[in-house]
Design a binder for this molecule. Structure first.
Ligand code: GLV
Ligand code: MN
Ligand code: MN
Length: 422
């Protein structure tokens, strides 16, 4: 895609890296945890505090701030005409989150807009920054819930009824923290969407490459498995008479590890949460509940993995004499990003003297939902040691700056993306 004349006039424009880092650090001061990370589970008081801080920055910048019915916050710089070029991400975190996952993308988008305003660079269409509700899905499943509702992939009513891992209802929590907004969903369709994010994996660092031009996001299958057995005395119940949900949960965990090994390639499988009831040393549990997170870049292979898991659950329910129930928490097919956005990210990264590689995303992102309604893509920067969803998550300042400058110029270039030229 030819880069529009508009951006060519502003090739020297650079973000204010000090302001970006000050904001990243200030947001990380909201609900800090030991080790430098954050706990801001979606729609908790901590999430509210984070939202309030970023909304205040949006208002200081004179952005038009809208809050929609699912709590997504969109800050728009209403210049030019037509649909906006949107960027953004999320500021909710997992319980042991780092300070960059999501927050970096939101704050870099804000910085890109402020940079343009400071330099009086007026794009031909609005620029917007979105903070999407509950991207992590750690408290309310599915993940990317806010952006899913934004693009009409789930009804607002259904989303408001989702129940959290702590029993709270999403709609009630939105009202409680003051983020049940008046703007209806689905939201306004952007002209294009680009999200900047840390890689959260080891590939860029291993390849000594600074920028990832993200081509796709792998498919995600989450389910909750509940095993009902026979609770009994740990000392008196012979092993041959047990119907033990803890044992079955362990077998399922081992099965998933072996399944990923056998399928090979991109297949990953995780048991991230196991709850036992009554969870006591001397009681064979009555019940185990665990979550399965299964991902593959290939939909056919993901389906094969799901079918093998289904067969295994049926078989172990019989052999151990337990009842197993499953509940789908999230199911998203792999997503391929728009070639024009991928090319643009690669071109701008090179133009700014960065090494760049095309790569799929292992993590889920809001951009994969926006890709349903507009040209969309992503920019990755390296994660030190590939660590994320962990307080130790870290990205070098120079890499954060490089990514934010590429985001700025990609947003500007997208303002002149010809939507008829596919
Ligand atoms: C979202 O962070 C995910 O689990 O990929
Ligand atoms: Mn994220
Ligand atoms: Mn995350």
């Amino acid at each position: 895609m030819p880069v529009g004349d508009f951006r060519n006039k502003h090739l020297d424009l650079k973000i204010n890296s000090r302001r970006l880092h000050e904001r990243i650090n200030a947001l990380a001061e909201v609900s800090p945890i030991e080790g430098g990370g954050n706990c801001r589970l979606a729609l908790t008081d901590e999430d509210k505090d984070g939202r309030d801080l970023v909304v205040a920055w949006m208002r200081e910048l004179d952005l038009e701030v809208t809050i929609d019915a699912i709590g997504n916050i969109i800050g728009t710089w209403n210049v030019g005409s037509g649909q906006s070029v949107m960027s953004g991400s999320h500021i909710d975190t997992v319980r042991t989150g780092g300070r960059f996952d999501g927050c970096y993308g939101v704050l870099a988008a804000l910085e890109a807009i402020e940079t343009c305003k400071d330099a009086n660079v007026i794009p031909p269409r609005p620029l917007a920054v979105g903070i999407f509700t509950d991207e992590e899905g750690a408290r309310f499943a599915p993940d990317m819930l806010g952006s899913l509702v934004y693009v009409g992939g789930m009804s607002t009513e259904q989303a408001l009824d989702v129940v959290a891992i702590d029993g709270a209802k999403l709609g009630d929590e939105l009202v409680r923290i003051g983020y049940a907004g008046p703007t209806p969903c689905p939201g306004a369709v952007p002209h294009a969407f680009v999200e900047l994010h840390i890689e959260q994996g080891p590939m860029l660092e291993a390849n000594d490459v600074r920028i990832g031009a993200v081509t796709s996001v792998q498919g995600i299958s989450w389910q909750e498995v509940t095993i009902h057995g026979q609770s009994n005395h740990a000392g008196t119940t012979p092993m041959s008479l047990r119907h033990d949900p803890a044992y079955v949960a362990a077998e399922i965990t081992v099965f998933l590890r072996n399944l990923a090994k056998d399928l090979g390639g991109d297949q990953v499988c995780t048991v991230g949460k196991i709850d036992l009831h009554p969870n006591l040393t001397n009681v064979v549990p009555a019940r185990a509940t665990l979550t399965l997170d299964v991902r593959n870049t290939d939909e056919k292979l993901l389906k094969i993995a799901e079918s093998k898991i289904k067969d295994f659950l049926a078989q172990i329910a019989i052999s151990e004499g337990v009842e197993i129930k499953t509940r789908e928490l999230a199911r998203f097919e792999p997503v391929v990003f728009d070639d024009r956005v991928i090319d643009l990210v690669e071109e701008i990264a090179k133009e700014q003297n960065n090494s760049v590689q095309r790569m799929p995303s292992g993590a889920g992102h809001d951009a994969q939902m926006l890709a349903r309604v507009c040209p969309a893509g992503m920019i990755f920067v390296p994660s030190v040691k590939g660590i994320s969803h962990n307080a130790a998550e870290f990205t070098e300042e120079a890499d954060l700056n490089a990514g934010a400058n590429i985001l700025l110029h990609t947003m500007l270039a997208l303002t002149t993306l010809d939507s008829t030229d596919k």
